[in-house]
Design a protein around this ligand. Structure first.
Ligand code: B12
Ligand code: SF4
Length: 508
């Protein structure tokens, strides 16, 4: 039996999608054939071409809320061209709103963590000769939601969470035909290449309103982590097999007090074996000690991305961040002492956020002096406490997934700040010298960059404008990217340049 996993065309999710990579590895380990179609890197015709082979008994598509409609469009094509295959959808949006896909004819939804579920499903449908006649076999699979031909939606008993994450095979990076492109990620303007992501833990016990209970629904309420030894093996393998020089630990919570011993063990393994790989990840402002950060630094960690969100305590409390502004200041001071670079993650646009609150964030950034800032506009994703609260309070906000655009800012909720004010605040905190390539490939930077140009034109600061444009035109990273332009004709970079050009023409 062969399975096909499809990752939709999507311009923000760069790098290897670990969910699908993990599922493919498990299906392969269980002895089935598996192929991955990463539509981000394939020509438009590739999907039809692949489906016309009628090679697959199971066809699975990833879905987050942002691309829920894109997933549906692919699902429609699968239904038309391969009606005999079991069409399954998984990922965050499928977990949060399974009926959204079931209504559109998807056969099966896999809820949350799916490595065990997908193997169980393959084992069952491997024996099926005619999907239509043998639909009831689905009753036997834990962790799925499906629709009987009568229209009745069935939620099977849950799949237990995987206790031992070490038992999972390494992600099937090798099944991504465009691995080279995926490893050439420019996450920050500092990262070394080849670069990739790893995920060594699952879950987060905190309850920030814009994020939870999504993670609870997907990975449960307890936090789990691979052993330090297993993570060491994973990174060594990435280094030997793919010459990876830098990894991003995309764990929700890289540092947590309960993982102190883990961190110490990991550090000693790295030191003892001289593992030469640079890494970084994201963490909270109040979940680590100086000693832990020192150990991390000496084990190759060079940067920490900290979820600060705001410099106003009122806003932090609105998000239920369970941190104090002082914790943020302490975290950045400690990182500096230890020698770690920092990224501050900032959100603007809470419905109760005033210009005074936003100004406090600007002051905070001045004080903590991060090496880099990632800034977004608050988005209420379905399935979050925030979404439910806004709905209950009758606050008007965007619920159309298509408008949850491909990059930040995403879904603009009603806020006391105007969109322009938010962009001004964003502009005032982003770093003065990020690479132009970085700016152009990120929508929020593009917006602020465009705004910067507009302001310079309005203020008749033509010299400064000239310098900025010259910098854009001569940035070595941009020049180096030209062959890539051809390949990604339709992507952000070209659109960004077009938008910039139009903006200059309009305002000049
Ligand atoms: C790292 C990360 C990113 C990175 C991704 C880098 C990369 N190459 O993967 C970056 C920064 C690019 C990113 C961007 C965004 N992200 Co993000 N991200 C994450 C994070 C922290 C980890 C993702 C991950 O690797 N998980 C580990 C793997 C193993 O889990 P998984 O992908 O969910 O896969 C499992 C299941 O979902 C399922 N599954 C997955 N795919 C499939 C497919 C099939 C067919 C089946 C059956 C099952 C299945 O099985 C997998 C194995 O158990 C998650 C939170 C989290 N812990 O998951 C948020 C998360 C996925 N991101 C989220 C969001 C909102 C975004 C953005 C929209 C943010 C923004 N405003 O721009 C963008 C959009 C990206 C997109 N197009 O979807 C939300 C999604 C919520 C939602 N309702 O969709 C999450 C859940 C965070 C949260 N708590 O809200 N993100
Ligand atoms: S700490 Fe981070 S991962 Fe955990 S709930 Fe808050 S935002 Fe989500």
């Amino acid at each position: 039996m062969n399975a096909l996993f499809i990752f939709p065309k999507d311009t923000i999710l760069f790098g290897v999608p670990l969910g699908i990579a993990n599922l493919a590895a498990c299906v392969r380990q269980a002895g089935y054939g598996v192929k991955i179609l990463d539509l981000r890197y394939e020509p438009e015709t590739k999907l039809k071409q692949e489906l016309s082979k009628h090679d697959y008994k199971l066809i699975g598509i990833y879905s987050s809320s942002e691309i829920a409609n894109v997933t549906c469009a692919i699902a429609k094509e699968v239904q038309q061209l391969n009606p005999e295959a079991f069409l399954v959808v998984g990922g965050p949006h499928a977990t949060l709103d399974p009926e959204f896909f079931l209504e559109k004819g998807v056969d099966v939804i896999l809820k949350g963590e799916s490595e065990h579920t997908i193997v169980e499903l393959c084992q069952i449908i491997n024996k099926v000769k005619d999907k239509k006649k043998e639909y009831s076999v689905l009753e036997k699979v834990k962790g799925i939601i499906w629709k009987k031909p009568t229209g009745e939606v069935i939620t099977n008993p849950p799949q237990p969470y995987i206790e031992d994450l070490d038992s999972l095979p390494f992600p099937a990076y090798d099944l991504f035909p465009n691995l080279k492109e995926s490893f050439r990620v420019n996450y920050t303007w500092t990262n070394l290449q080849p670069f990739t992501h790893v995920l060594t833990s699952r879950g987060c016990p905190y309850q920030c309103t814009f994020c939870q209970p999504v993670l609870f629904n997907m990975f449960g309420k307890t936090i789990r982590r691979m052993s330090a030894k297993r993570v060491f093996e994973l990174l060594s393998w990435l280094k030997d097999e793919y010459k990876i020089k830098e990894v991003f630990f995309q764990d929700d919570l890289l540092f947590h007090y309960s993982w102190k011993n883990w961190l110490f063990e990991w550090q000693s393994l790295v030191k003892k074996n001289d593992l030469d790989i640079r890494w970084w990840g994201q963490s909270r402002a109040n979940s680590s000690t100086k000693e832990m950060l020192e150990k991390a630094h000496s084990a190759g960690c060079y940067m920490v991305m900290v979820g600060c969100e705001s410099g106003s305590q009122k806003i932090l409390d609105y998000y239920n961040k369970q941190i104090k502004v002082q914790d943020i200041e302490n975290m950045f001071a400690t990182c500096k002492e230890v020698g770690l670079m920092t990224i501050a993650e900032i959100i603007f646009g809470a419905p109760i956020e005033t210009t005074e609150d936003a100004q406090k964030t600007v002051e905070l950034i001045k004080k903590i002096k991060p090496d880099n800032v990632f800034t977004t506009i608050l988005t209420a994703y379905p399935g979050t406490y925030l979404y439910d609260k806004l709905k209950k309070d009758n606050v008007e906000f965007e619920k159309n997934f298509d408008k949850i655009s491909r990059a930040v800012p995403t879904q603009k909720i009603q806020s006391l700040l105007t969109e322009n004010q938010i962009h001004e605040f964003q502009t005032s905190i982003i770093q003065p010298n990020p690479s132009i390539k970085y700016i152009l490939t990120r929508q929020y930077y593009r917006k602020t960059y465009t705004l910067k140009i507009k302001n310079l034109i309005e203020q008749k600061e033509f010299k400064k404008l000239g310098n900025l444009l010259l910098l854009t035109a001569t940035d070595p990273a941009i020049i180096k990217m030209r062959p890539v332009y051809r390949k990604y004709r339709e992507t952000n970079i070209m659109k960004a340049i077009g938008n910039l050009y139009r903006s200059i023409k309009t305002h000049a």
